[in-house]
Design a protein around this ligand. Structure first.
Ligand code: NAP
Length: 261
C-alpha cells in the first residue's frame, strides 16, 4: 500500500510562505500557486510587493491573499496567525494549513565580524530564528496530518564567510527546527525539512556589477547564480507527495557552491 499517496490531500491545499512579497519567497508562493495551493503571502512592510505576488498568482489562475506581520516586534506571531486565520476563513474550505514555509529573514552582508553589535545579533536571532520557532510551534494545531514544514536556511552553515557569522548562527538555529520538529511530528506524517540556497539573484544591486557577479557565479559548480525558481522547485518537491519519506533533512540547493577544486 502506498500510504502517502492515499492519504495526501492533493487538491485544495493551503500554504503560508513567510517573506513571500519578494525574492525567493515570491518564487515559492508563485510555484505553489500554480499547483493549485491557496497561498498566504506574508510580508513585513512592503505592501506593494506583496500585492504584486498575490496578483501574479491570481493572474496565473491561482488563489492567494496577503498577510502583514513584522517579525522581531512584540506580538509578531500573534499578528501573523490572526491574519492567516482571517484569510483562510474567507477563502478556504476550513481553517487548516498543509504547508508552512519559513522563508522570511533579514540578511546581513558587509558587516565586519568586529562590527557585529549585540543589537544586530539580537535582531537577527529574533527575526530569523525566534519568530519561525514560535510560528511553527503555534501553527501546529492548524497544520493537517501529512503536512509539510520547510525552512529556508543558507549555505553559510556549511561554508565560512566571517562577515556573516551572526547571520549564519541564526540559520544554524533555524536548522534545529528541522531536526527536532521532524522527530516530534513523525507520528502525524508531517515532514520537516530545510533547504539551503547559495547566492541567489533576487535583484540585489551589487549583482549588477559584472566583476562581482562573475566572482560570485564562479563559487557554484554550475558557474552561475541561482534564480529564485531554482530554489522554489526544490521547495515544491519537498511539499509534494513524492517527498513523503524525507524528513529531518537539510537539502543543499546551492548549485554545488564551494565544492572545492
Ligand atoms: P529578500 O528578497 O530580502 O526578501 C525578504 C522577505 O522577508 C521579504 O518578503 C520581506 O518582507 C521579509 N522580511 C524581511 N524582514 C522581515 C521581518 N522583520 N519580518 C517579517 N518579514 C520580513 O530575501 P531573499 O534573498 O529572497 O531570501 C529569502 C530566504 O532565503 C531568506 O531566509 C534568506 O536568508 C535565504 N537565502 C537567501 C540567499 C540569497 O542569496 N538571496 C542565499 C541563501 C539563503 P518585505 O518585502 O515586507 O520587506
Amino acid at each position: 500500500m502506498n500510504g502517502g499517496a492515499e492519504m495526501s490531500r492533493p487538491i485544495n491545499r493551503t500554504a503560508l510562505v513567510t517573506g513571500s512579497s519578494r525574492g525567493i519567497g515570491r518564487a515559492i508562493a508563485e510555484r505553489l500557486g500554480r499547483e493549485g495551493v491557496l497561498v498566504a503571502v506574508h510580508y513585513a512592510r512592503n505592501e506593494e510587493a506583496a500585492e504584486h505576488t498575490v496578483k501574479s498568482i491570481i493572474a496565473d489562475g491561482g488563489r492567494a491573499f496577503q498577510v502583514r506581520a513584522e517579525f522581531g516586534v512584540p506580538g509578531d506571531v500573534d499578528t501573523l496567525l490572526e491574519g492567516l486565520r482571517a484569510g483562510l476563513e474567507e477563502l478556504a474550505e476550513d481553517v487548516g494549513l498543509d504547508i508552512l514555509v519559513n522563508n522570511a529573514a533579514i540578511i546581513t552582508s558587509g558587516t565586519a565580524l568586529e562590527g557585529t553589535t549585540p543589537e544586530l545579533f539580537d535582531r537577527l536571532m529574533a527575526v530569523n530564528a525566534r519568530a519561525p520557532f514560535f510560528l511553527t510551534q503555534r501553527a501546529l494545531p492548524l497544520l493537517r496530518d501529512g503536512g509539510r514544514i520547510i525552512n529556508i536556511s543558507s549555505g553559510l552553515t556549511r561554508f565560512a564567510n566571517p562577515q556573516e557569522v551572526a547571520y549564519a548562527m541564526s540559520k544554524a538555529a533555524l536548522e534545529m527546527i528541522g531536526l527536532h520538529f521532524a522527530r516530534y511530528l513523525g507520528p502525524r506524517r508531517i515532514t520537516v525539512n530545510t533547504v539551503s540556497p547559495g547566492i541567489t539573484d533576487t535583484g540585489h544591486p551589487s549583482l549588477l556589477v559584472p566583476q562581482i557577479r562573475e566572482a560570485l557565479s564562479n563559487l557554484a559548480a554550475f558557474g552561475r547564480l541561482a534564480e529564485p525558481a531554482d530554489i522554489a522547485d526544490v521547495v515544491a518537491f519537498l511539499a509534494s507527495d513524492d517527498a513523503r519519506w524525507i524528513t529531518g533533512s537539510v537539502i543543499d540547493a546551492s548549485g554545488g557552491t564551494m565544492l572545492g577544486g
